[in-house]
Design a binder for this molecule. Structure first.
Ligand code: PGA
Length: 252
């Protein structure tokens, strides 16, 4: 099966305007030769428009938002809607990142509303999920992940499947420098693909890209991307450096 290969950079709440434009420009210059790898950059909200204009100049580059509102429009002070993001050039939105779940108390109901908004607006979704350290230690990591998939994907419109990317991000690996080992990543990705067979069917399960995220960097990306069910990475810290990010893009 020829699934898309993707390297995505989640800049989180980092960079000021000039840094963001310089970083996007450097990433573009260093990775545009790798045409069969999809590159998605998730800058902070205020920089999406200008980063999107830059990245649109080359094929294979996409821009995304790190979050969107669960409402379409109206009196929701401070919120940013999915149609607004679409209108400024975003192609993707991240939904369910563990930092949103933990710090902003986003639960399954909120996340499914956000996904609905995103698809309605014509955005693609990277849906993030993953277990906490205590859950892995007590051996319930697969059950947790299955629940996180079921509660969102069971309400997913079938005609939007090709707009969906999954990102397995064990919480204990995010920003900690502790990466899942390739066997740990492969085990979970294969398990996720089996869940997709149960939720949809084999053909759909084979088609959905599953990214690994959590302290993925230029040193460990190659081994992780070599795993048969790992289709790329969602990169946090290491995506803030164009050299490091481009090394990761070259790791397939
Ligand atoms: P990290 O973050 O690469 O800094 O661990 C990954 C993420 O949160 O998406």
């Amino acid at each position: 099966m020829n699934r898309k290969k993707i390297v995505a950079g989640n800049w989180k709440m980092n960079t000021l305007y000039s840094d963001a434009i310089a970083l996007a420009g450097n990433i573009l210059a260093k990775t545009s030769a790798f045409k069969d790898i999809e590159k998605i950059i998730f800058p902070p909200f205020p920089f999406i428009n200008d980063v999107a204009i830059l990245l649109q100049s080359q094929p294979g580059f996409y821009t995304g938002a790190q979050n969107c509102s669960s409402f379409e429009k109206g009196a929701f002070t401070g919120e940013v809607s999915a149609p607004m993001l679409k209108s400024i050039g975003a192609n993707y939105v991240l939904i369910g990142h563990s930092e949103r779940r933990a710090y902003f108390k986003e639960d399954a109901k909120t996340l499914s509303l956000k996904i609905e908004q995103a698809f309605q607006a014509g955005l693609n979704v990277v849906y993030c999920f993953g277990e906490a350290l205590a859950e892995r230690k007590s051996g319930v990591h697969q059950r947790i992940v299955k629940t996180q998939l079921q509660e969102i994907l069971s309400v997913m419109p079938q005609d939007k499947i090709s707009d969906l990317v999954l990102a397995y991000e064990p919480v204990w690996a995010i920003g900690t420098g502790e990466t899942a080992t390739p066997p740990q990543a492969q085990d979970m990705h294969a398990f996720v693909r089996n869940c997709l067979v149960e939720l949809f069917n084999k053909e759909v399960a084979e088609q959905i890209p599953i990214l690994y995220g959590g302290s993925c960097n230029a040193r460990n990306a190659r081994e992780l991307f070599n795993c048969p069910d790992v289709d790329g990475g969602l990169i946090g810290g290491a995506s803030l450096n164009a050299d490091e990010f481009s090394e990761i893009v070259k790791s397939f």
